[in-house]
Design a protein around this ligand. Sequence first.
Ligand SMILES: O=C(O)C[C@H]1C=CC(=O)O1
Ligand SMILES: [Mn+2]
Length: 389
Amino acid sequence: MLAKTQLHDAVRHAPARDLTVTEIRTTIVDVPTVRKHKLSQTSVTAQSYVIVQLRLANGVEGIGEAATLGGPRWSEESVEGIKATIDTYLAPAMTGQPADRFVTAGERLDAAAKRNNAAKAALETALFDAVGKSLDLPVAALLGGAVRTSFPVLWTLASGDPDQEIAEAEAKLAARLHRTFKIKIGAQSPEADLARLARLAKALTERATLIVDANQAWDETTARRCLPCLADLGIALVEQPLPAWNVAGMGRLRARDRVPPLLADECVFTSHDMLAVAEAAAADAVSLKLVKHGGLVGLRKVAAVAEAAGIGLYGGCLLESSVGAAAHLHAFAGLRDLAWGCEHFGPQILTGDLVTEPLAFHDFAVHLPEGPGLGVTLDPDKLRHYARS
Ligand SMILES: O=C(O)C[C@H]1C=CC(=O)O1
Ligand SMILES: [Mn+2]
């Protein structure tokens, strides 16, 4: 039994348990990138996020982030739209509600707005962070506990200039930061991309694993022609070669010879999408992203459907800062098998971060931050500095 003074101490130090949401604030930030990042459908020189700050009755603040890529070009959500949706619809639906009923919160958010998955993900992340901080538990523990605390992490080559890309990959290898590289293709002709990939494969042979992401750029005929060439170059994984709607086409491609494993990205937002991809045998792996799945609970549901179908898990990103990247790592930490590693290099491509201590990258891995909640602390000066005026 605790002595009286010990009992008083325990009560005094116990985090206050009133987990009612009292206030939700949103801020749009624009953080420049170290170089231009060129995808098939857009290119960016700054990353834009909506940062959510959510306060509980106990005084604890939770944070979350919604990432976008080039405005509403990667998916339909933009930071301007996300902020308006949270301020007008999602925040009123959660204010006055308990923060620790995550499934009920999801139901309320779905009733308040259709889709808007990135907006919901940012708000739900802030709920998890606030509850974790209140209970002195990491978010990964709230999700069932961490299986791993470090994650193999790749780097994306996306300047489009092979000389620059080879030099960038060499620097990452030398610093023992990354040894798998994802090359963005589809911004130029397939022939130009194949020539570029041949140069990269030759320069990095035996020292790196290469994967490619077409971001929906090819039609099925082009993909039929080019996929065997990618197999010959030793490309280990081909992400979203076809438009998101053409799941049947991905299934047909996968059934052919000399086709590298296919990774589903833009064609899987919901667990229903995941089921359709599984039924069409359209992917070997799926890229998991909070902005697609509407938050951590949704991400785990998509992962469960993939696991049930024998489809591998890949820890996807949308170039998040350390806030959004930390949220992903907590969700990935509890997955039984993250066969394809992760791509949360986002904090490294920014010229600055939004937290007091950015995520740690070393030994070709990114590491789960320690401490309650997300394990990262928003830096108010940096938030002010990058906030859109
Ligand atoms: O995968 C995407 O489509 C989006 C993003 C993730 C990494 C990267 O370079 O772009
Ligand atoms: Mn992708």
